[in-house]
Design a protein around this ligand. Structure first.
Ligand code: MN
Length: 233
């Protein structure tokens, strides 16, 4: 048996300081996981159950060089495209019904990512009770920096997470503000899906999200890992 057409390439993230690639399976994202961002979006910041949406693996915009620079083409059908800086967790393997105290064993590493969002389409979807896919899972909607193994970083449960727009700091939080912590997210997701090797989890964004325009430059980072730089074109 053989494929009737050439299979598409497997999307991948570059591992920091190497030419090695981390192959992608699925991209899970959690909504409203920092209290100050929940408040800015008009929601109650109390610890309600986490909720998830997905992007497609080929939505990833992997950094094209060691500085993490890349071009984000302004997407069609939106006049209000927002940045959301996030810690991204990469899984080495998966499973279902993973207990919280075993969750860290499934992490391969960490990267910084941006959950680019068509905010106008998301607002419409919220209003009409429709899915978020067109708001969240569009081409190039997930810029990502270099991936660092957990053997180098340790568990990333504290540290500054920030984003600057054209040199002005717009988001400035700390990973210790996560409402649902990384092991809890992995455990919770594994009740809903069978997690697998190559899965990513975007863990939510601190407050300060806002719109981009063509020509803008986004620079973001998390203490201890490679940063990210994206130019909107
Ligand atoms: Mn997000």
């Amino acid at each position: 048996m053989d494929y009737v057409i050439t299979p598409p390439a497997i999307p991948a993230v570059v591992v920091a300081g190497s030419e090695n690639l981390f192959p992608l399976h699925r991209v899970y994202c959690v909504g409203r996981n920092y209290a100050d961002h929940a408040i800015e979006m008009g929601h109650d910041p109390s610890r309600e159950d986490p909720f998830f949406f997905k992007k497609s693996p080929d939505n990833l915009l992997a950094s094209s060089n060691q500085d993490g620079g890349n071009i984000f083409p302004y997407p069609s059908e939106s006049q209000d495209v927002h940045y959301e800086i996030e810690l991204v967790v990469a899984l080495s393997d998966g499973g279902s019904q993973i207990p919280v105290d075993k969750a860290l064993d499934h992490i391969w590493g960490f990267a910084v990512g941006i959950d680019m969002t068509r905010r106008d389409l998301q607002a419409e979807a919220k209003k009409t009770g429709r899915p978020w896919d067109t708001a969240k899972a569009f081409d190039h909607s997930a810029p990502i920096g270099r991936l660092h193994p957990i053997s180098e970083t340790g568990i990333m449960n504290t540290g500054r997470i920030w984003l600057a727009l054209n040199g002005d700091i717009r988001q400035d939080g700390n990973l210790n503000q996560l409402i649902w912590k990384i092991p809890e997210l992995i455990s919770y997701l594994s009740q809903l899906f069978t997690l697998k090797t190559g899965d990513l989890i975007f863990t939510g964004t601190p407050s300060g999200v806002g719109p981009v325009m063509k020509g803008d430059v986004l620079v973001g980072g998390i203490d201890g890992i490679s940063g990210i730089k994206v130019t909107v074109s």
